[in-house]
Design a protein around this ligand. Structure first.
Ligand code: HEC
Ligand code: HEC
Ligand code: HEC
Ligand code: HEC
Length: 483
């Protein structure tokens, strides 16, 4: 049973907020279907002196605590209404206390470094356990070369950097050096967008023109890889909790922003599909709310503006490259998102140091490699072996990615031959190019998502099904040409 925060209604005249709670339960006939029920008398009125944004973030934090508590005891069972009411009142009370606590004056901040950000190192004295867990990201440096694993992708990415150099992701502390070392071309500073808070601060201080600065020159002054500033700014994290520092997110989402949990947005700043504005070179998101986040709406958006990441020489197709759409995949109807779980619930969690101090773990990796996180899963997945469950999905999805990817590669070869033959009109070829562009987009959207289906297997299957359908259409058109 889970609380979820509905979009809070507008403040009332006294500056109070309303939240509504739902709970989910599984349908006994069909264990994978979730039903949503509103809790009787579940409107919570919260009166505090603080901003709406701060309240929401505190609210989400509390939900996490309650989720744990409720899951422990009676997950999937209807609680007695009276008990539920009591909890809600208690939650609201605790929330007002937490919110007013935020008005207490800020603690002493460490000094910012040369680029104006407070580095992880400077926070060490205040948060030794958290910074030690952050340092542990250095251990996450095992890379797989996708090019060696799936050689067919060099054909699909022909003429683009990912055909030369494409490896699996590693820990956050490597982002900065990785972007320097990649053999993919990187002329402009916009490549630093998701790698270092030093660059984020530059964008925030100077403005969007920095996206088009020279890469080498800008890189030279960068110091910190993804760091505390990325998610907390230069504020005391305990008091201000989370910040979204990447301005393109706030710009794109506008009002919708408040409807997504901060512990999802903090990650979604970078774990999303993005593009560079062809004129200004600024980083942009191709969507403006959850409804337009999927591959279909995004493709329509790119088609509308006639956007291409590159033009593929052999087929003459204006191609798109999807990049790590973790947030979109997660928010597009996954079981866990519906239940109100956030990225941080599965990738961070709480740990206890040897000295007995409990802290929020900042070692970002697979939840399957973290005993504390596996315990979180076990609150709901009682007798399930999580490694097996995840592996089964990933095996299925990667096998299909490969199957569809090979079919796509054949379509591409057929199109390249038709172009080389020189006997067809541009109109005839353009029709097939459009199909190929779309088919590869849907396949890529699944291929480059880092969970390999674990975040939302139904969504992954849909992307691959759509790609396969388009490949079929493309092949039929090619055959019709030749006939
Ligand atoms: C400022 C950008 C940024 C933010 C914010 C960010 N990430 Fe990342 N993350 C990256 C990049 C870039 C990589 C890939 C690093 C590489 O391979 O060099 C990465 C890698 C990872 C990995 C490692 C993947 C692997 O295969 O080992 C995990 C897990 C991860 N991020 C989870 C998260 C979570 C959870 C959040 C939110 C709490 C988050 N990230 C926020 C940029 C970011
Ligand atoms: C990729 C995003 C990200 C980065 C980078 C990051 N944090 Fe966090 N931090 C989080 C999230 C998410 C939480 C959990 C917030 C919650 O409980 O709702 C958190 C929680 C915290 C908390 C606890 C707040 C509380 O609930 O009392 C502290 C303190 C903190 N972070 C300090 C740091 C420090 C110091 C660094 C740099 C070494 C850092 N964080 C880097 C995302 C991040
Ligand atoms: C219900 C738990 C859950 C939630 C919520 C969740 N993830 Fe994951 N995530 C997983 C699992 C399971 C994997 C697969 C891990 C593996 O392959 O070992 C994964 C994999 C990843 C990876 C690749 C890590 C690796 O080691 O290869 C990244 C990056 C990632 N998630 C980011 C995110 C982001 C960003 C969000 C929020 C938008 C999020 N996750 C939400 C469970 C979750
Ligand atoms: C609040 C309850 C809850 C928590 C916590 C939770 N899950 Fe789930 N999870 C569910 C439900 C309900 C489903 C849907 C039914 C099913 O597949 O078991 C689900 C489905 C899944 C799926 C299948 C997803 C898909 O799209 O096919 C995976 C994988 C998964 N969970 C992994 C995890 C992992 C790993 C963790 C811990 C890091 C975790 N879950 C934590 C409730 C939870």
């Amino acid at each position: 049973m889970i609380f979820r925060c509905k979009d809070p209604a507008e403040n009332d005249s006294q500056g109070c907020f309303f939240m509504e709670c739902f709970y989910f339960r599984t349908d006994p006939e069909n264990s994978s279907a979730l039903q949503q029920e509103s809790i009787y008398d579940s409107q919570i009125r919260i009166c505090t002196n603080t901003t709406r944004r701060e309240c929401i973030s505190v609210f989400y934090r509390m939900l996490r605590e309650y989720t744990k508590f409720i899951c422990d005891r009676t997950f999937f069972m209807r609680m007695e209404e009276a008990v539920m009411k009591k909890k809600i009142i208690f939650a609201a009370l605790a929330l007002s206390l937490a919110c007013s606590g935020m008005l207490v004056q800020a603690a002493q901040l460490p000094e910012p470094g040369e680029n104006g950000i407070i580095t992880a190192e400077s926070w060490r004295e205040m948060y030794p356990e958290i910074v030690a867990s952050f340092d542990a990201n250095n251990d996450n440096n095992y890379r797989i070369s996708y090019i060696e694993e799936d050689p067919y992708i060099t054909n699909l990415y022909e003429g683009y950097g990912f055909a030369i150099d494409y490896t699996s992701a590693v820990g956050h502390t490597y982002c900065l050096e990785d972007v320097y070392n990649t053999e993919r071309p990187h002329a402009l500073a916009n490549c630093l967008t998701c790698k270092t808070p030093d660059f984020t601060k530059m964008v925030n201080d100077i403005g969007e023109e920095v996206y088009s600065y020279d890469f080498q020159e800008t890189y030279g002054s960068m110091v910190e890889s993804v760091g505390c500033y990325s998610c907390h700014e230069n504020k005391v994290p305990e008091e201000n909790n989370l910040s979204v520092t990447h301005s393109y997110i706030t710009m794109a989402l506008g009002e919708e922003y408040d409807g997504i949990a901060p512990e999802i947005l903090a990650c979604g700043q970078c774990h999303i599909e993005y593009y560079f504005d062809p004129e200004t070179k600024a980083t942009r998101m191709p969507h403006s709310d959850i409804a337009t986040m999927g591959p279909e709406a995004t493709l329509a958006y790119f088609d509308e503006m006639d956007f291409a990441d590159w033009t593929q020489e052999s087929t003459g197709t204006r191609m798109l490259k999807a990049q790590h759409p973790e947030m979109e995949t997660y928010l597009s109807g996954s079981f866990h998102a519906k239940m109100g779980l956030t990225c941080a619930d599965c990738h961070m969690g709480e740990s206890t140091s040897e000295a007995g101090v409990t802290y929020v773990n900042h070692y970002w990796r697979s939840p399957l490699e973290n005993a504390d996180l596996l315990e979180t899963c076990a609150q709901c997945h009682k007798d399930t072996d999580m490694k097996e469950k995840v592996q089964a999905i990933q095996d299925e999805i990667t096998a299909r990615e490969s199957e569809v990817g090979h079919a796509l590669s054949d379509l591409k070869d057929g199109l390249a031959e038709a172009v080389a033959a020189g006997s067809y009109t541009d109109d005839q070829l353009d029709e097939i190019r459009k199909i190929y562009r779309s088919a590869q987009w849907y396949w890529d959207y699944c291929y480059v998502e880092n969970s390999e289906g674990a975040h939302n297997s139904a969504f992954a299957r849909e992307c691959l099904d759509k790609s396969e359908e388009l490949i079929g259409e493309g092949v039929a058109k090619l055959e019709a040409l030749e006939a």
